[in-house]
Design a protein around this ligand. Structure first.
Ligand code: UDX
Ligand code: ADP
Length: 481
């Protein structure tokens, strides 16, 4: 189905997509395109990545996939080799595809203009240039990675400047709203699918083609079609407003600790108001993940670039409150352990940024452990999903001046919660893994130094029950018992 046209203004009939390529086999591209393959058996879906090890893992005979996501293995088992393929051959993928999702990484810039705020669009640009260089037929190019507003415009400029005469590229923005840990159910039943396009006949036709893919399983009323820039901004806005909710509840948790109120009771009472709603009001040691901080900082950068300093300051405060929450939590641990943790052993349960994922990006655990290390405590870490190599890499990045040998003297990675807690003076719950709720806490207590402390950064355990066992329990958003 070549869509080459003689003239760039040629208007095509709505296109029925049969071959999709996804560039980037990460947390977004992998699950999203695996679900498209499952729901659209008539479409051939190829996912490519430059990272050979990642592709090998996607193709592994025992389905040891590179990312942990409940339900994902089952989806891949059903379609891999049928209409879902993983490869490192990016060029072939581009040549064959009618529609290409660009789902590469967009980390925050570490140097240059906008360092620490702006998104590093290098990967998006390289992928876009490669599409233009390789393609010999027309394509719909879909921006899937979360990107700053107007990135689609830059992609369009690059594609148009470099395309062959008989190829046209239509650019769409189709941000992904899945949350890690629930990615598969989010993809099966999304609240909405958002597609942004230019409001030209060609743009609308491309938009209809992508909407046609989703219509295989998403009800029509949940597929929203908007302008390109609205789509790009909506993604940043959705994440910023979700993060803002958590920072609001975390700010209230500090008041609760100081006054004797209970944050769970306050959040529950507030969430009963149907205008607020009950979801996403759980106080915590701080939000993490690859999106919230990055997207807010993007919004801050955008606001500043648009000469809107008050708007920038407003959103920046959401991130600052999150940093404060992590600092406050570490300080509470030190204060409670008689103002010093030097030489004390602390068990940190959980390293992922939330339960049901092996992802550690911006995890609060990293900051807390760095704080404990700088107080010269010994730290035992246990997480059921995060690979040991990942933990060492994250800790090294967080404390670049600490030599690896001293790091290994101070930190031990354990293979069970019980092992981590043995002989510790305090247990810190950093991730809300269900298995931490079900630990034999009486057993843990028996094998800890006394007094034995528990710091619940996730409102996970039954504080009254643990207190009965003998623990001294400190819970976020509650005064000390
Ligand atoms: C988020 C958005 O939810 C998703 O729509 C977007 O596509 C990507 O960013 P994700 O980062 O995977 O998804 O996880 P999310 O469930 O939103 O949690 C983010 C962080 O907030 C986690 O650290 C989580 O523990 C924390 N959180 C969440 C709270 O502290 N309290 C809450 O009530 C909810
Ligand atoms: P996300 O959470 O947004 O999915 P990830 O970092 O998990 O981000 O995944 C992005 C993937 O994109 C990485 O595996 C990276 O190797 C891949 N990638 C980046 N640039 C290219 C490119 N030009 N061609 C193919 N793959 C790429």
């Amino acid at each position: 189905m070549p869509r080459c046209s003689l003239s760039r203004t040629f208007i095509m009939a709505p296109l029925k997509v049969t071959k999709i390529l996804c560039i980037g086999a990460g947390y977004v591209g992998g699950p999203t395109c695996a679900v498209i393959a499952l729901k659209c058996p008539h479409i051939t879906v190829t996912i490519v990545d430059l990272n050979q090890a990642r592709i090998d893992a996607w193709n592994s005979a025992d389905f040891k996939l590179p990312i942990y996501e409940p339900g994902l293995e089952d989806v891949v088992r059903q379609c891999r080799g049928r209409n879902l393929f993983f490869s490192t051959d990016v060029e072939k993928g581009i040549l064959d595809a009618e529609l290409i999702f660009v789902s590469v990484n967009t980390p925050t810039k570490k140097s240059g203009v906008g360092a620490g705020f702006a998104a590093d669009l290098n990967y998006v640009e390289l992928a876009t240039r490669q599409i233009a260089a390789v393609a010999t037929s027309s394509k719909i190019v879909v921006e899937k990675s979360t990107v700053p507003c107007r990135t689609a415009e830059s992609m369009r400029t690059i594609l148009e400047a470099n395309s062959k005469p008989n190829c046209r590229f239509d650019i769409l923005s189709n941000p992904e709203f899945l949350a890690e840990g629930t990615a598969i159910s989010d993809l099966f039943k999304p609240d909405r699918v958002l597609i942004g396009s230019l409001q030209t006949p060609e743009g609308k036709a491309a938009c209809a083609a992508l909407a046609g893919v989703y219509a295989n399983w998403v009800p029509e009323h949940a597929i929203l079609t908007v302008g390109l820039w609205s789509s790009e901004l909506s993604k940043l806005a959705a994440n910023a407003m979700l993060a803002q909710r958590i920072s609001s509840v975390n700010a209230l948790s500090a008041i609760c600790e100081a006054t004797g109120a209970n944050i769970d009771e306050v959040a529950n009472a507030v969430g009963y108001d149907s205008r607020v709603g009950p979801k996403f009001l759980k106080a915590s040691v701080g939000f993490g993940g690859s999106c919230f901080q990055k997207d807010i900082l993007n919004l801050v950068y955008l606001s500043e670039s648009l000469h809107l300093p008050e708007v920038a300051a407003y959103w920046r405060q959401v991130v600052e409150m999150n940093e404060y929450q992590k600092r406050r939590f570490s300080k509470r641990v030190v204060d409670t352990l008689f103002n010093t943790i030097t030489g004390k052993r602390i068990a940190v349960l959980g390293f992922a940024f939330k339960a049901d994922t092996g992802d550690t990006r911006e995890s609060a655990a990293i900051t807390i452990i760095r704080d404990f290390q700088s107080e010269r405590a010994f730290v035992n870490i246990y997480d059921p999903q995060v690979a040991e190599t990942q933990i060492w890499a994250d800790l090294a990045e967080a404390s670049p001046t600490v030599a690896p040998e001293s790091m290994k003297k101070q930190v031990k990675i354990c293979s069970s919660a019980l092992e981590a807690c043995k002989d510790a003076e305090a247990v810190v719950i950093a991730t809300e893994w269900k298995e931490f709720k079900e630990i034999d806490w009486a057993h843990v207590y028996k094998h800890m130094k006394k007094p034995a402390f528990v710091f619940d950064g996730r409102l996970l355990v039954d504080a009254a029950k643990l207190t009965e066992i003998g623990f001294k329990v400190t819970t976020i958003g509650r005064p000390a018992l």
